[in-house]
Design a protein around this ligand. Structure first.
Ligand code: FAD
Length: 380
């Protein structure tokens, strides 16, 4: 019998493998990854300065250690080029690898900002450990970092950098930070708290050009202003990696399309994590991966199991201003915000007053569990 093959050694790939091993210790398992295959917690990348961790310290196990832990063959540093679903075979690094079942845990690519200027190529993006190591090397001994994008990852990096003594210039086209997650009142609180910590805001505009000057980098903004930095980090969002699946003829939409069994449009091919669109949901966070991995491991071990997503709060790692958000589904509804001594509690409710999502800022984050219990599941 050919092995179960997982493509990807990120949180999604390794979590499925771990969950599968809890259920079946002997099934043949192969993991192919184009990166070095070490295990690390990606969310740590945006708060590693505060925890005084170097890029190397973030990796907690090497590919060899993971292979031993998981009783798996790990083929690291090798990109899967093609998948032939009819013959259940993939081609990677000159080798044809057969599979009985295939799991795509391919992750997502950072979206590149279209920029002019002779240093546009120096703009960094951090979505994996090697990129983080390069970013840390680039800011070592430097003073100012310009950040493009004030979403979850941009705000977390901003907080981490100011906490470590860097000057941060944060640029976002929206009128407020965390525009996709927070209503105005909650976002304003985040903006003010990060500003008090030292973040310089440039909202309602975008970076137009990045050029090299004697002192470092010059960033020209669309509103006509200019600022200077030693490094520019872009955190404007991620796009699921679809090319491999598309070349194999799998159905894709925003992500690789799966049903609630995490099954794609091809027989015995599954997908989860940042690359997947599970029953219409693309949720690039840790908790959905954990739920999906547990369900998929059961299916791979022989018990068909549909994924259940409960309401899954996201903690924004900004110690300057605690934020927890349970983003509402894209259903009709409206935000209402209440401010009290503790902080801000914003509720997203439908016409009938049913709670569909929430955002909590400051001390109000203590109400997270109570509110989460009131929410309907994302996939029940
Ligand atoms: C800075 C940062 C902070 C974050 N903080 C949080 C947080 O606080 N809370 C939260 O819930 N979420 C957070 N997230 C999101 C969360 O980390 C991700 O959802 C999760 O790590 C994605 O895991 P993944 O395995 O799907 O993808 P990835 O970790 O990207 O793994 C993809 C894997 O696929 C491999 N691969 C891709 N293509 C091929 C190919 N053709 N051949 C072989 N291998 C291939 C790659 O090498 C890699 O091993 C954060 C993300 C970032 C970037």
């Amino acid at each position: 019998m050919a092995p179960v093959v997982i493509i990807g050694s990120g949180l999604a790939g390794y979590t499925v493998a771990r969950e599968l091993r809890k259920l079946d210790s002997t099934m043949q398992l192969t993991i192919v990854s184009r990166d070095e295959g070490s295990f690390y917690s990606k969310p740590m990348l945006s708060n590693a300065l505060a925890s005084a961790k170097s890029a190397a310290q973030i990796a907690t196990a090497s590919a060899e250690q993971m292979a031993a832990q998981l009783n798996a063959r790990i083929i690291a540093g090798v990109e899967v080029e093609t998948i032939a679903t009819a013959s259940r075979m993939l081609h990677a690094g000159g080798e044809n690898i057969r599979y009985s079942k295939l799991v795509l845990a391919l992750g997502a690519d950072p979206i590149a900002v279209p920029l002019e200027g002779d240093a546009a190529h120096e703009v960094m993006q951090v979505n994996d450990l090697p990129a983080y190591a390069r970013f840390r090397a680039a800011i070592q001994g430097k003073k100012t970092v310009a950040l493009l994008g004030a979403g979850l990852i941009g705000c977390e990096f901003a907080n981490d950098l100011v906490g470590a003594g860097y000057e941060v210039q944060l640029i976002d086209p929206g009128a407020q930070p965390l525009g996709r997650l927070l209503p105005e009142a909650a976002a304003e609180q985040v903006q003010l708290a990060l500003q008090a910590s030292g973040v310089h805001w440039h909202l309602g505009t975008t970076a137009r050009a990045v050029s090299r000057v004697a002192s470092g980098l010059r960033v020209d903004l669309a509103d006509g202003s200019t600022l200077f930095a030693d490094a520019v980090l872009s955190a404007i969002g991620l796009r699921p990696r679809l090319q491999l699946a598309q070349r194999a003829g799998l159905k894709t939409n925003r992500g690789i399309v799966t049903d609630r069994l995490l099954h794609t449009s091809a027989a015995d091919v599954y997908a989860l994590g940042d690359c997947a669109e599970v029953d219409g949901h693309t949720l690039p966070y840790v908790l959905p991966i954990m739920h999906a991995a547990r369900a998929l491991a059961k299916t791979l071990a022989g018990t068909r199991t549909a994924v259940v997503y409960p309401a899954m709060p996201v903690v924004v790692k900004t110690p300057a201003v605690p934020v927890v958000v349970c983003p509402p589904p894209s259903l009709p509804g409206a935000w209402t915000s209440q401010r009290d001594a503790a902080g801000i509690e914003a509720r997203f409710e439908d016409e009938s007053g049913k709670l569909l999502g929430y955002a909590l800022v400051g001390g109000a984050t203590a109400r997270r569990q109570a509110l989460t219990k009131l929410l309907p599941p994302v996939l029940g």
